[in-house]
Design a protein around this ligand. Structure first.
Ligand SMILES: [Zn+2]
Ligand SMILES: [Zn+2]
Ligand SMILES: [Zn+2]
Length: 254
């Protein structure tokens, strides 16, 4: 299984438009972060977690030969609004793309992209999507997928576990039942917005580190970073086994 980080930034991306702070103007490419997403190759299949507003650019940088399916974590714009960019795969594969989401997220997708499901002409314009609601572990294209319910402010959204890899973006709390689903996980990607201050819907770096210790993965990669996080500086004070992810990072996993 290969995981590629297409983006590791918070909802604004980094640099933030109009910002002249030292991270936004940094020459270290690890401080340039598109919106948070990964592509995964497993069992010969290629799939995405979320479709960010940067999806087109992300897939130009990191092409995939085909798109087999999409897993959605939640419906915030930074995780959803690139959905229209699945169309080249519709055209080339001559098929609809399967996507999986919780019931509330599926409802929000149907609202945000209502034209996909209305009866207007298909033209050249409509993404072709088959949206499935999930509320527990499932298998698709031979890939075993375990949804991981986590707290994101007032919402419960989904992380996903695929084999020894777990992906948890946009969270400020992981319930005990979900911690049990993370038993024995080898590699974890975990939301860590910034060093400080605390945030109502995201972990800070220290909060993420504390949770990472409880989960005990061999390797934890912090994701969804804001412009308060300078890559080298934050990583220098992290303990062994916890690192900051960057755009383009590739992990080859068992
Ligand atoms: Zn987000
Ligand atoms: Zn900035
Ligand atoms: Zn969010």
């Amino acid at each position: 299984m290969r995981v590629t980080f297409l983006g590791t930034g918070t909802s604004t991306g980094v640099p933030v438009v109009g910002c002249h702070c030292r991270v936004c103007t940094s020459s270290d490419p690890r401080n340039q972060r598109l919106r948070q997403s990964v592509k995964i190759e497993a069992n010969g299949k290629h799939f995405l977690i979320d479709t960010t507003p940067d999806l087109r650019l992300q897939l130009l940088r990191h092409p995939i030969p085909r798109l087999d399916f999409v897993l959605y974590t939640h419906s915030h714009s930074d995780h959803l609004m690139g959905l229209d960019d699945i169309r080249p795969f519709n055209f080339r594969q001559r098929e609809a793309i399967h996507a999986f989401a919780s019931a509330p997220t599926a409802k929000a997708i149907r609202r945000a992209f209502a034209y996909i499901w209305d009866s207007s002409q298909i033209g050249g314009g409509k993404p072709q999507l088959v949206l499935h609601e999930v509320d527990g572990p499932f298998t698709h294209d031979g890939v075993d997928i375990v949804p991981l319910p986590v707290t994101h402010g007032d919402w419960t959204i989904l992380g996903y576990r695929i084999g020894g890899f777990a992906y948890i973006t946009d969270t400020n709390g992981i319930p005990d039942d979900t911690l049990r689903l993370l038993d024995g996980v080898d590699t974890l990607a975990l939301d860590a917005l910034r060093p400080a201050p605390r945030h109502p819907t995201h972990f800070t770096i220290d909060e993420a580190f504390a949770v990472a210790q409880r989960i005990g993965a061999r390797e934890t990669w912090l994701i969804h970073l804001a412009h308060e996080a300078e890559h080298g500086e934050v990583e220098a004070r992290l303990p062994a086994g916890v690192r900051i992810a960057w755009d383009g990072l590739e992990l080859d996993l068992e």
